[in-house]
Write a protein that binds this ligand. Structure first.
Ligand code: FES
Length: 499
């Protein structure tokens, strides 16, 4: 569900896509359902516009548009220029195997618009800005969109602490991006999420979570960027930006504010009650048994395609709420999937959902990542450590797992080193982040010892050999001596201002 609601704009969007005399483009950043609404697109009868999407390894989105019958589909390579009358556009892609996404740049009529949306290309911004020149209008996600810690069984205190850390780190990433891009205008976008399902509505009202509103970001930025803060705008659906003046023309009939947001969400949820009532299903026991068996087969097939299984030390337990006492245990080390009656490992990852929800994945109405983003499951892990391989195993489709493993291995095989300075000392470190290969030369140093990855902001402790607090992986930091020490063993590169 969009937040704020934008359903009233459907006729206007339909009119522009079907009948505008201008060149008409439809850009879809990626296939996640909060960015791509096939139900709405099916209501369009005239489809003589150009669809612009990224050229991802997984072709599912492209295949859908081929079947859809758009007049023209442009699948853009990373940074490929797509000209149109008065300017051009470019997409910047990420494609990690589990996650595909794109950012959009539009140069037109002397103005430049860069929309990162929720695409993590922060490490590429310096090069992008150098190539494209001044960016007038900039947007980037500022609010969380991941199931950790929301779907995990934490104490109230731990949940609040994890949430606070994630919010702070995300805000800092926006501030850093702003320092690089130096736009005239920043538009708050891609968040926060809202939860209208009665079973999830309570998330909206939590005192601390990973879904801050734009006003909280703006307060942070005004303090953090001081005199260098661009104009900060929070558009409502239907507002129009005058890019030349950097001003918003407020046309939206309703505005969500800090004061009315709770009431707004309650009335929005009330309007959607029917949607959630209709999707509720009471399953017969035989149906639940069948779903359980299909889930076991799905895990078996995933495991067979998962060449990095040896890396996952903890077994995964998957269960259905409707079938307590029958857990699917995935043992990555022995490559076995079995059904057990209880959790029997101290080190383990557990994942519980309802059969009625997970069958949508098994029926291929949702992919795994969409399902995880629906937040309709509960998880726990012991020890409380993020395991990227296990995460990828859960989030990837069967047919993508092999490519995802290959991508991981390719990332790890990049051996280039770089040098960073922190706390007056110089360190040689691996240049590329072990998570998804972001360029750590575009990272930053916190507390004089932690090198922070610009993409998902993992922190590597330079004083502890470059180990990462998130999961213990390492960038192999080697101290080269004091800054300005002429005898320090030299390494390659850089010095980013502020590092
Ligand atoms: S690429 Fe994800 S934390 Fe570095």
């Amino acid at each position: 569900m969009q937040f704020p609601r934008n359903h009233d704009l459907a006729p206007l969007v339909r009119e522009k896509l079907e009948h505008s005399p201008k060149e008409r483009f439809l850009y879809i950043s990626h296939e996640h359902k909060d960015h791509y609404d096939p139900d709405f697109l099916r209501t369009l009868t005239k489809r003589d516009f150009t669809v612009v999407i990224g050229r991802f390894r997984r072709t599912a989105l492209r295949d859908e548009f081929v079947a859809y019958g758009a007049k023209r589909i442009i699948t853009c390579e990373d940074s490929q220029e797509v000209p149109f009358k008065g300017g051009y556009l470019k997409l910047y892609l990420t494609d990690s195997g589990t996650n595909r996404d794109s950012a959009l740049l539009v140069q037109a009529d002397g103005q430049c618009f860069l929309n990162l949306n929720d695409c993590k290309i922060h490490d590429r911004l310096p090069a992008l800005v150098a190539e494209e020149g001044p960016i007038d209008v900039f947007t980037a996600q500022f609010s969380g969109a991941i199931w950790h810690p929301t779907c995990y069984d934490y104490s109230r205190e731990d949940y609040a602490e994890h949430s606070r850390q994630k919010r702070g780190s995300k805000f800092e990433a926006v501030a850093r991006a702003m320092e690089t891009v130096r736009p005239r205008v920043y538009l708050a976008s891609a968040g926060p999420a809202c939860f209208l399902d009665p079973s999830l509505f309570h998330i909206n009202l939590e005192p601390v979570n990973i879904f801050p509103r734009a006003s909280e970001l703006f307060t942070f930025l005004q303090h953090r960027l001081a005199g260098k803060t661009p104009r900060l705008l929070e558009p409502m659906p239907g507002d129009v930006l005058d890019a030349g003046l950097g001003e918003m023309v407020t046309l939206a009939p309703e505005r969500v504010t800090d004061e009315n947001v709770s009431q707004y969400l309650r009335s929005y949820a009330a309007l959607q009650t029917r949607v959630f009532r209709e999707r509720r299903r009471n399953l017969m026991l035989e149906e639940v048994d069948r779903i359980h068996e299909r889930l076991r087969e799905e895990m078996q097939q995933k495991l067979e395609a998962f060449s990095l299984a040896d890396r996952v030390m903890t077994p995964l337990y998957m269960g259905l709420i409707e079938l307590p006492g029958q857990l699917i245990r995935v043992d990555f080390r022995s490559r076995r999937v079995e059904v057990v009656s209880e959790v029997r490992d101290l080190s383990r990852y557990t994942f519980i959902s309802s059969a009625a929800d997970i069958v949508r994945v098994l029926d291929r109405k949702l992919n795994w990542e969409d399902f995880l983003l629906s937040f309709r499951f509960r998880a726990s892990r012991s020890p409380d450590v993020y395991d990227a391989s296990l995460h990828n195993f859960l989030a990837a489709e069967i047919e993508d797992l092999r490519a995802m493993c290959d991508t991981t291995l390719a990332t790890e095989s990049r051996k280039e080193r770089t040098v960073v300075t922190a706390g007056g000392m110089r360190y040689a470190v691996n240049r590329y982040c072990p998570h998804q290969g972001a360029d750590l030369r575009e990272g930053w140093v916190e507390e004089g010892r932690y090198l922070v990855c610009p993409r998902h902001r993992w922190r590597f402790d330079l004083q502890e050999g470059g180990s990462c607090g998130t999961n213990g992986c390492s960038i192999k930091a080697e101290c080269l001596g004091k800054e300005k020490d002429e005898d320090s063993r030299g390494a390659t590169v850089e010095q980013r201002p502020g590092m």
